[in-house]
Design a protein around this ligand. Structure first.
Ligand SMILES: [Mn+2]
Length: 408
């Protein structure tokens, strides 16, 4: 189960075509570049490339690399160029061997033109003879220039009449629709996550530390074929269940409390994002059940509303309407969900109408700190032509199903 090389080729062709249009009227197209980012070589840090870079190349271990798009190049095979860091035999003794340039490497990556980053400025000088339009493909932010914007600013500062245009919407729009291969991987991530949740549900009891629930989840992921968590698991008992991004996971669970578990496995670059809230002793109290069933009703109504053409704001309003009507509007303090993909909060552009192939989370919640009751329920939903498919439907969710699994 992997993304076929030709799917990456298609993604790059789409970016190339969009950049050709971006430069229209002024020149034959705009050049664009996406950087992988730099790795810190600290042992306690794992490195991931920028998700845009991974989306376009499938490469996950080539820090310092970049992919360049030049729709103006008359030689078609040079319209996309992958730049990799030069080999460094001394460093590779520490970090592992890297391949030499050549047809074998080109074939394994599926990109015809691969060069070392040392050649980048020469290639850019050549591009400037054809176009003076440069496009930003990486996400813009108000807090600092994106790596590609910085690069284009530097490149164009010595050349008159250059123009930098914003094409940062192109890749998020592509990433907002998942291919069949991507959906298959996400479904498998959800299935693996289901295994962890099942084991965690059976392990939960009074006195067990939140950290051991996390360990049980992650053991379940690993044993089902996953590789670590997509994000640090949230395991919050009692009052901690009302803390949205609780990270400590270091308290003993208390009989009579709820525990909110928000987690998902990392699998082949993608991940799941599931939340279940369960009673520590295996049985919901009347009050817990009351709140739980309001959240469940809101979640199920929101899931049912998911279909092509609807926006997440509209889905949010449906869930919120139910929670407000029940009298808990002030206790639903976040929004309904987000796109899910290479990133847990996937970069898929602004809240435009959902398209067939989108994968989103639906996760309403009610958090009442004064009663130490926090309930969030989250599923991963695929938008289909006919409506939706709940990818996580097999993870116990109703009061009865949860109590049954917890009884073992
Ligand atoms: Mn989520």
């Amino acid at each position: 189960m992997t993304i076929p090389l030709k799917e990456y080729t298609t993604r790059r062709s789409k970016v190339l075509a969009a950049l050709k249009r971006a430069g229209e009227g002024v020149s034959g197209g705009a050049a664009g570049i996406v950087f992988a980012g730099e790795e810190s070589h600290a042992l306690n840090e794992s490195w991931k490339p920028h998700a845009h870079f991974q989306y376009l190349t499938g490469l996950v271990s080539e820090s310092g690399s970049a992919i360049l798009f030049d729709p103006t190049n008359p030689v078609k095979s040079k319209q996309v160029i992958l730049f990799l860091r030069p080999l460094n035999p001394e460093m590779e003794k520490w970090d592992g061997l890297r391949q030499e340039l050549g047809s074998e490497l080109a074939k394994s990556i599926g990109i015809k033109t691969i060069m070392r980053t040392t050649h980048m400025s020469r290639v850019i000088a050549d591009i400037i003879t054809r176009t003076k339009t440069f496009a930003t493909l990486m996400p813009l932010s108000s807090s600092g220039a994106s790596p590609d914007l910085s690069y284009w600013q530097q490149v164009t500062s010595n050349v008159p009449e250059c123009r930098i245009c914003d094409a940062s919407h192109i890749i998020p729009a592509l990433r907002s629709v998942k291919s069949k291969a991507e959906v298959d991987i996400i479904q498998e991530a959800v299935n693996i996550t289901a295994n962890g949740f099942k084991q965690a549900m059976q392990a939960v009891r009074g006195g067990l530390n939140e950290y051991k629930v996390q360990a049980t989840l992650e053991y379940g992921y690993a044993m089902a074929g996953g590789r670590g968590s997509a994000f640090p698991p949230i395991v919050g008992g009692g009052l901690n269940s009302t803390v949205l991004h609780y990270k400590e996971n270091d308290q003993d669970l208390v009989d009579g409390d709820l525990v909110c578990i928000d987690s998902g496995v990392a699998f082949k670059g993608y991940g799941a994002d599931i939340t279940r809230t369960i009673p520590v002793n295996g049985t919901f109290t009347k009050r817990q059940k009351e709140i739980y069933n309001i959240v469940l009703k809101a979640e199920e109504a929101a899931i049912k509303a998911v279909k092509p053409g609807i926006t997440m704001a509209e889905v949010d309003a449906i869930a919120r309407g139910i929670i407000v009507k029940a009298g808990y509007g002030d206790y639903f303090i976040h929004s309904i969900g987000h796109h899910l993909g290479l990133e847990t909060h996937d970069t898929c552009g602004s809240d435009s109408p959902l398209k067939t192939g989108a994968v989103v989370t639906i996760e309403p919640g009610i958090y009442i700190p004064e009663e130490a009751i926090g309930v969030r329920i989250e599923d991963d939903i695929l938008v289909t032509a006919k409506g939706r498919k709940n990818l996580s439907i097999d993870i116990p969710k109703s009061v009865n199903d949860i109590e049954k699994v917890m009884r073992g």
